[in-house]
Design a protein around this ligand. Structure first.
Ligand code: AMP
Length: 495
């Protein structure tokens, strides 16, 4: 990424869009209720994004898009699904950082080009947005010139690039979208798992590093592409295989075709294994739930402690706490009850709301905690907001000792490839040692699982992951803004 003032200005204008985490789904199944299936698939992927939801359906002639802010079940009901008739559909759930929570950024994006049109859903983040915007004649602080108006997400840039390919290279064989993608995809850098459609084709695309998951499934009468295997289960599809890094899959009346657009260099996000993916999904052919239990077992071997009870921070810490209890022999118990109607706390748009969200979400079980030495297990500490309050609640409830165990290494570096964990200055471990974090959280002891042990626990090849958030080792160059070099020079102050 070059650092010209214009590029930096564009990057700043795009900066609020860094950190989209999303779920995508697509189905091609003539004769089946594709909008209903997409609704179910998005429901299964709700954990990947709670800000907006949308579905685009084609009946072979017209593409209809319905999208809105809110959860899948808030956006769609029978009345809104009924008109979505067709044989192919894509869907998207999205969440993002503060400042870009708006209807205009909800997906699928739709673009009409002459007589044709296409829709696109994106999981991930591009890292060369400034260069792409430059190519498109986008001015600093302004929007893309074209149908996208003043919208400035990286997904809009891709839609704009595709629309221009359509316009410049019109075809008569109906393969416009596929051919436009063949030209545009090699120009993109960073993380992208896309679902796309025109009137007749469903297309799934995964970037050459495969940062975000994308799987292909077979269902009665058709095919499904989805962010996670759990979304295949809900529509009764079986997992055929992963969409490979650097692969485009085209599904239409003649079946499934595969195209390579980049050399594969697999770097699946390790944090998908740690936290983001559903435990009932499979990644790299491994059960995520079983991998998380192994992480807990490794943690017990790495950082043993004498205690009366092992308890999780629900729900993300449950499998690792089970593994810790199993390997340590310390009884497993519940110390916190989660309000099952409250979603992930990071969804709250501001730090103060996030703070309040914790108390709303978790309540201590005083009779299980009082007088006990606790091992408290969670999968990660990112900003520290939740963890600090959890520890205070446990002490208030009468715990005599709190030993915190985290089933991943300190989260030190911001993600530029589609994980919404904020800027480096918001990350608790960015400028604190483990000892300082122990003091900040107010725990008796603190241990994080070592990276090698975490990689071994996944059961997948250790070289096939992106570990940037934990190691600072970014497989694709990232924007200079907020990069490690900038922040090493100016460590962020923390209260
Ligand atoms: P905190 O103490 O505020 O850093 O919150 C830690 C909790 O946030 C842990 O329970 C994690 O499972 C959870 N967490 C980790 N990453 C994310 C994310 N990207 N979005 C929402 N929650 C997350």
């Amino acid at each position: 990424m070059s650092g010209s003032p214009a590029e930096r200005a564009i990057l700043r204008s795009l900066d609020t869009h860094i950190g989209e985490a999303c779920g995508v789904f697509g189905v091609y199944a003539p004769g089946h209720p594709v909008a209903d299936l997409t609704y179910l698939g998005l429901y299964a992927l709700q954990h990947r994004g709670q800000e907006s939801a949308g579905i685009a359906v084609s009946d072979g002639e017209t593409i209809t898009v319905v999208k809105d802010m809110g959860l899948v079940a808030q956006v769609f009901d029978e009345r809104r699904l009924a008109p979505l008739q067709g044989h192919l559909a894509i869907g998207h759930v999205r969440y993002s950082t503060t400042g870009c929570s708006s209807w205009r950024n909800a997906q699928p994006l739709y673009r009409s080009v002459a007589e044709a049109g296409f829709a696109l859903g994106h999981n991930g983040n591009l890292t060369n947005t400034a260069a792409l915007a430059d190519d498109l004649g986008m001015l600093p602080g302004m929007g893309v010139v074209g149908d996208a108006g003043d919208s400035t997400t990286d997904s809009d840039l891709v839609a704009e690039l595709l629309a221009r390919e359509y316009a410049e290279h019109p075809r008569s064989d109906g393969r416009d979208l596929e051919v436009a993608l063949e030209r545009v995809l090699p120009r993109l850098a960073g993380a992208f798992s896309f679902v796309l459609m025109d009137e007749a084709h469903l297309i799934g695309v995964r970037d050459p590093h495969g940062f975000r998951p994308l799987v292909l499934g077979r269902t009665e009468g058709g095919f499904v592409v989805a962010s996670e295997t759990a979304a295949l289960d809900i529509v009764g599809a079986h997992h055929v295989r992963d969409v490979e890094p650097g692969e485009m899959i085209v599904i239409d009346a003649s079946g499934v075709r595969s195209r390579r657009f980049g050399d594969p260099s697999p770097r699946l996000c390790l944090f998908e294994f740690v936290y983001f993916a559903r435990p009932d999904s499979e990644l790299y052919g491994q059960s995520v739930h079983a991998a998380r239990q192994r992480m807990g077992e490794e943690l017990a071997r790495q950082a043993p402690v004498a205690a009366d009870m092992v308890m999780p921070v629900p729900e993300s810490g449950i499998p690792a706490a089970q593994g810790f209890a199993r390997a340590s022999g310390i009884p497993y118990g519940d110390g916190l009850v989660k309000n099952r109607y409250v979603g992930r706390t990071f969804i709250q748009p501001s730090q103060s709301l996030r703070g309040r969200g914790v108390r709303l979400k978790l309540n201590p079980l005083v009779e299980n905690i009082r007088g006990k030495r606790l091992v408290v297990v969670d999968d990660s500490i990112v900003r520290g907001t939740t963890t600090r309050q959890v520890v205070a609640m446990l002490r208030e409830a009468g715990a005599t000792e709190v030993h915190f165990r985290v089933s991943s290494p300190p989260y030190r570096w911001p993600c530029f490839y589609g994980m919404d964990t904020g800027r480096r200055s918001e990350l608790l471990a960015a400028d604190m040692s483990v000892g300082e974090i122990r003091g900040f959280l107010g725990v008796d002891s603190l241990a994080y699982l070592e990276l090698d042990r975490l990689l071994a626990a996944t059961g997948a090849g250790p070289g096939s992951f992106c570990t940037a958030c934990l190691s600072g080792d970014y497989p694709v160059p990232v924007p200079e803004i907020d990069s490690k070099h900038v922040l090493e020079a100016e460590p962020a102050a923390r209260a």
